[in-house]
Design a protein around this ligand. Structure first.
Ligand code: C2E
Ligand code: CA
Ligand code: CA
Length: 664
């Protein structure tokens, strides 16, 4: 484009210069041809010469007629033509004729001599009647010389002026030809200029249209996400601000906001590559777009960046409808993503905030984000509606998160121990280490609260190592018969080199591996069964026992029983709780116990609280119980005596079951 406009500029300057040049050449040509015409007029010597010849011939004829007739009328004719010829000699003096005479040497002399002769003869010619015949003959003779000179000069004048006229004519023709060329050139040039200007205009027009289109494109690009085509954060902010401003005008119109985040997107990006990640984001955006555009109350659906999306809706449809819309959206996003060669599953979590719940419109996004963060921390894959408690929960969570490392260093997070008791003998056969956080400001914090927080970062590794090491050291102060169980969470398992950690801890503390049991849950198997089993095998090779915790709460427990050589399974509290009231719970516990017996797996029942449960458990053939009935988790100092007591208590009655709580 720049090149073209430079070319046009050069062309315009060139054309202007050529037009000026043509103007000058043209006007000088006009002057030249005027001059030629003038010159040709001035050089009208042919006529002058021819006039002289004619007049001389007439004079000669008149004289001859007088001589033959002596007619006085012929004498008058002679006098008249004599005067005319005198006058002619005067005309011969005109500069143009003089120039002709001067052009050839001798020509002027001949004529001058002839004029002299003629002027000498003039008196006799004016009065021929007085002349005798002899004089007349002499006069005729003298006049013949004059007239022949006039005739000769006149003839030359004729010839020369015809030649000169031809030359002038040629010159004028040339000039006219040149003028014609110039005029044609001028027209061609003008036509070219007009054409070029038209072309230039078309170019400009096209460039203008292109620029306008570019401007539109830029505006679109600036406000839309390049990958998914959805409105981007900037567009969202603008729209959201406008909606909030309108909110003060229509306070009755509620707004709802969905903060959407994909679950596990980062790991898909990391393991399958960014190209797959991009495809997936596009597919998610498409589903989001399709769903939200089918809802009449959608105000905007945007991608804020990464795997974060947001939807704003008019909440006039009612809170329940908005929540069900969120559920439907979640269901859409969670459907399998199929391509020609693979199928991917992707989860999502949605935080919902509604202005009807008393939130200030401008805080809605923050509220939805809080609900989202909380939902992600508690299990993902859900829709969580913001309520004011969430803010407190979130603040508490942030506080715990930021205080956790210091708490570990300060020793505020330590294990309590809960006994595992032989149902028949009542003997404590082991202890389960259960972490407790004694927070200086918040008091006792449950592991149910802080373990998931620790799991969301690498702190879980440090926390896990601390509990493991403390438990192993504490075990050294207990009787040899007492085993020690330590819980391993999924993320600790995945983030830490758990085999090496356990090996080093055993080595550092000197605890016999036979006394250590590691409790894992089914979720470990779900996360990555292949390598989980592999790690469990390596752990077991260290000599430690592996226990399957919370058995029965998962999905496909039986297949997990087959996949690894477990040492223990712990029947989940939810079954034990219903043993006295639910026949089916009893049947399930019986089944698990007998199946485990066949496989040579030790069975422990969790959450034992009553005598009746113990009866049912012993009838089902379950060997070990753990629960408040035997003792709550407690610090080691409080436990030591109880354990010793249980030994004392069990000694005399070793053939019957002991049904006394160890401590309360
Ligand atoms: P869990 O491994 O299933 O631990 C048993 C939980 O049941 C403990 O809760 C225990 O106090 C409670 N419990 C025991 N007997 C009874 C009973 O008779 N009735 C009732 N209602 N509850 C009983 P706690 O200590 O709050 O621990 C909760 C969960 O936190 C544990 O479940 C375990 O999954 C996790 N956890 C605790 N400590 C650690 C740890 O050091 N590391 C890891 N990774 N997870 C831990
Ligand atoms: Ca456990
Ligand atoms: Ca458990």
């Amino acid at each position: 484009m720049r090149f073209a406009s430079k070319g046009f500029r050069l062309f315009a300057v060139g054309a202007a210069l050529v037009i000026v040049a043509i103007y000058f050449v043209h006007s000088s040509l006009i002057t030249a041809s005027e001059d030629a015409v003038e010159r040709s007029a001035r050089y009208d010597v042919a006529w002058v010469g021819a006039g002289g010849r004619l007049e001389a011939a007439k004079l000669q004829m008149a004289l001859a007629s007088y001589i033959s007739t002596k007619d006085p009328q012929a004498a008058a004719q002679v006098a008249l033509y004599t005067e005319i010829l005198v006058n002619r000699f005067g005309i011969y003096e005109a500069p143009a004729f003089r120039a002709f005479l001067n052009a050839k040497p001798g020509r002027e002399r001949i004529l001058d001599r002839a004029e002299g002769e003629f002027l000498k003869a003039r008196p006799q010619l004016l009065d021929v009647e007085s002349l005798a015949d002899g004089d007349l003959a002499e006069l005729t003779q003298r006049l013949a010389g004059v007239l022949s000179a006039v005739d000769r000069v006149g003839a030359e004048a004729h010839t020369e002026s015809v030649e000169a006229a031809e030359l002038y004519r040629q010159e004028v023709r040339r000039q006219q030809q040149l003028q014609r060329w110039l005029t044609t050139g001028l027209f061609v040039l003008i036509a070219t200029v007009v054409g070029v200007v038209a072309l230039q205009n078309r170019f400009l027009d096209r460039a203008h249209r292109q620029a306008k289109r570019n401007a539109v494109d830029f505006a679109h690009l600036a406000r839309h996400d390049a990958l998914t085509g959805l409105p981007n954060r900037m567009a969202f902010n603008e729209t959201f601000e406008r909606l909030i401003a309108e909110q003060s005008v229509y306070p009755d119109r509620g707004l709802a906001i969905f903060a959407i985040d994909l679950d596990g997107f980062k790991s898909i990006n990391d393991t399958l590559g960014h190209a797959v990640g991009d495809l997936l984001l596009r597919a998610v955006a498409e589903r989001l777009e399709r769903r939200t555009s089918s809802l009449s109350n959608t105000l905007i659906a945007a991608r804020l960046g990464g795997d974060e999306f947001v939807v704003v809706l008019d909440a006039a449809v009612g809170e329940d409808e908005v929540l069900s819309q969120a559920q439907r959206l979640l269901a859409d996003v969670c459907l399998p993503y199929r391509s020609s060669d693979t199928t991917l599953m992707l989860g999502a979590t949605i935080g919902v905030a509604l202005s009807s719940t008393g939130s200030d419109a401008k805080d809605l996004l923050v509220d939805a984000d809080l609900a989202l963060s909380l939902a992600k921390a508690h299990g993902k894959g859900t829709v969580l509606r913001f309520d004011p408690n969430i803010r407190d929960t979130y603040e508490r969570r942030s506080r715990l998160e930021s205080d956790m490392r210091d708490a570990l260093v300060a020793g505020d997070i330590r294990p309590n121990y809960q006994p595992k008791v032989d149902i028949l003998t009542g003997r404590v056969i082991g202890l389960e280490a259960l972490a407790r956080w004694s927070h200086p400001a918040l008091g006792m914090v449950s592991p149910c609260e802080f373990i998931p927080i620790a799991e969301s970062s690498s702190v879980i590794v440090e926390l896990g190592r601390t509990i493991l090491e403390t438990a192993c050291r504490d075990a050294l102060n207990l009787p040899e018969e007492i085993g020690i169980s330590v819980n391993l969470s999924v993320n600790q398992f995945l983030r830490d080199d758990i085999v090496e950690t356990v090996r080093r801890t055993l080595q550092a503390t000197g605890l016999s591996p036979q006394r250590l049991t590691l409790e894992v849950t089914e979720s470990l198997m779900i996360s990555d069964a292949g390598s989980a089993v592999d790690t469990l095998v390596r752990l077991k090779a260290l000599g430690v026992s592996i226990s399957l915790d919370d058995f029965g709460t998962g999905y496909s427990a039986l297949s997990y029983l087959r996949s690894f050589d477990w040492d223990e399974i712990k029947i989940d509290r939810s079954f034990v709780m219903e043993l006295e009231t639910d026949r089916r719970a009893r049947a399930i516990v019986r089944l698990i116990t007998s199946m485990a017996g066949e496989l040579g797996i030790h069975v422990t029942a969790e959450g034992v609280e009553t005598n009746g449960q113990i009866d049912a458990l012993s009838r089902a053939g379950c060997q070990t119980g753990q629960g408040y009935f035997y003792g709550k988790p407690m610090p080691l100092e409080d436990l030591a005596a109880a354990i010793l007591n249980s030994f004392d208590a069990s000694q005399p009655e070793s053939n019957g079951s002991v049904r006394e709580p160890i401590a309360s």
